[in-house]
Design a protein. Structure first.
Length: 151
């Protein structure tokens, strides 16, 4: 066979080969799609069974009136306790503020007294009589540390 005949055979066979490949590709893709659809159908059936089981379990679960009343009673009791604790906390707040101020002001008062005594002792010149050192401590009513918590 000459080169031209071989070329003609190859050129004639190429469309047939391409057609065979496309048909094979369609068959394979159809089988693959069928397998994919089968797998998807299996997954959907599994999910349906799971969902059906969940519905059956929730349908069987019912809260009896006695249980419901018991839970409501416990909630009411808990709310009453919380309300009492909140009331006590509110009633004790002024005492806490006073203790907080006392804890803050006592060291400040002692320090001021020490500075005053130190200044009195330090003034030793002859004209000390004409100089006056005074210390005024007043009671505090303002809240200095409102968020103080007793340990």
């Amino acid at each position: 066979m000459s080169g031209i005949e071989i070329a003609a055979l190859v050129l004639g066979a190429l469309p047939v080969a391409i057609n065979v490949l496309q048909t094979y590709k369609t068959i394979i893709s159809t089988k693959k799609a069928r397998c994919d659809l089968d797998a998807l159908g299996q997954e959907l059936q599994t999910e349906q069974l799971l969902l059906q089981n969940v519905f059956e379990q929730t349908r069987c679960f019912t809260l009896k009136k006695n249980d419901f009343d018991s839970i409501l009673r416990r909630l009411k009791d808990g709310n009453s306790v919380l309300q009492g604790l909140a009331r006590q906390s509110f009633d004790l707040e002024p005492d806490r503020r006073l203790r907080s101020q006392t804890r803050l002001m006592t060291p400040a008062s002692k320090m001021s007294s020490s500075i005053f005594e130190g200044l009195q002792i330090a003034i030793t010149c002859r004209c000390a009589q004409s100089r006056h050192v005074a210390l005024e401590l007043v009671s505090r009513t303002a809240v200095l540390v409102p968020s103080d918590v007793d340990d």
